[in-house]
Design a protein around this ligand. Structure first.
Ligand code: UD2
Length: 312
């Protein structure tokens, strides 16, 4: 059993990871300020004897240092962040505070808290920007296109420096690709395309394809991401590592709609919308490093993942 702190525990990825960590016998402290996290996401965790929730803002100086000193976790999964690319453009100061400075506060606190052995950071495929060399490998030069991607890249460097400063600490930055699954909030127009399509189908509307639908993404189920987080928190490793969390399979939006139609048992007719400005045409990760370092391989196939999502 490992004692684990999860920041952003009430979020989409956070809550699925908390559920898995508890099921695997770990002791979990969740931290959330509920800016975007939702209480109902933690419904299964509340009342669990190995779960505790702290309602606080991890970006407030002193908060993380206090929790690491008092709660004494052995590993920290840092998911608390500003998660929206458009918001990072509209509010660059908030992006800097939540996606760079907060990582700095965590790294500083972890370097001085003797009990912390492992940091795991939620990074993103956004660090690659429009890198044309596919599949994307971790060593590809990061050329982020948004303040969000740039901040995630900066946070990776912060983690690397923390490990140099405290050799007893190891750290992993996980570059999540396009994550989908239950609890992803479809209310924002910039939510993941799968949750937007699923919400449209549930409400009897035609899903809107921006552009010709030939663009591809590497869609990964949130259950797989939770498993990657679990392995990153608990596998024996030293040093600092950057890993893609992806499937290595490219799926176009047209294929996605066809798979949704298959799951529903009826063809889906999309509505057409103009291509998004700055949209990336293809994004595909190479999953080899996560497989060799963590033994992680994404398991869920898209059609059954979609069927589950559309049923819920
Ligand atoms: C993902 C991330 C984003 C950032 C970016 C970096 C999500 C939700 N977003 O953006 O945060 O990390 O990668 O590369 O994971 N689309 C439609 N109809 C819709 C919604 C979207 O056609 O109703 C298209 C959209 O134009 C794009 C594709 O679907 O071509 C995927 O869109 P997305 O917003 O789910 O994800 P992405 O890869 O643009």
């Amino acid at each position: 059993m490992t004692k684990i702190l999860v920041t952003g525990a009430a979020g989409f990825i956070g809550s699925h990871t908390v559920d898995l960590l508890l099921a695997e016998g770990h002791e979990v402290t969740g931290l959330d300020n509920f800016r975007t996290g939702r209480e109902e996401n933690l419904a299964a965790a509340f009342g669990h004897p190995r779960f505790k929730l702290i309602r606080a803002d991890a970006a407030e100086p002193g908060v993380l240092a206090h929790i690491l000193a008092e709660d004494k976790p052995e590993a920290v999964l840092h998911l608390a962040a500003l998660v929206s690319v458009p918001e990072s453009i509209a509010q660059p100061g908030l992006n800097r505070r939540l996606n760079i400075e907060m990582t700095g506060l965590l790294a500083q606190a972890a370097v001085t808290a003797p009990g912390v052995r492992r940091l795991v950071l939620a990074s993103s495929a956004a660090v690659y920007g429009a890198c044309p060399d596919l599949p994307l490998r971790e060593e590809s030069a990061g050329r982020p296109l948004s303040p969000y991607g740039a901040a995630k890249l900066a946070s990776e460097h912060i983690l690397g420096r923390a490990v140099l400063a405290q050799p007893g600490l190891s750290a992993l930055a996980l570059r999540y690709f396009n994550v989908y699954g239950p609890r992803q909030d479809p209310r924002s127009p910039y939510s993941g395309v799968i949750s937007l399509f699923a919400a449209a189908l549930r409400e009897g509307r035609a899903p809107a394809i921006h552009g010709d639908g030939g663009q591809t993404r590497d869609f990964i189920a949130v259950a797989d991401v939770a498993r990657a987080n679990l392995l990153a928190l608990t596998r024996p490793l030293s040093g600092f590592h950057v890993l893609n969390v992806c499937t290595g399979r490219a799926v176009s939006l047209q294929e996605l709609l066809a798979a949704m139609g298959q799951a529903l048992g009826a063809a889906v007719q999309p509505a057409r919308a103009p291509a998004r400005v700055g949209d990336i045409r293809h994004s595909l990760g190479f999953p080899g490093r996560a497989e060799s370092l963590l033994g992680f391989r994404a398991g869920g196939d898209l059609t059954s993942g979609l069927a589950r999502l559309l049923r819920d």
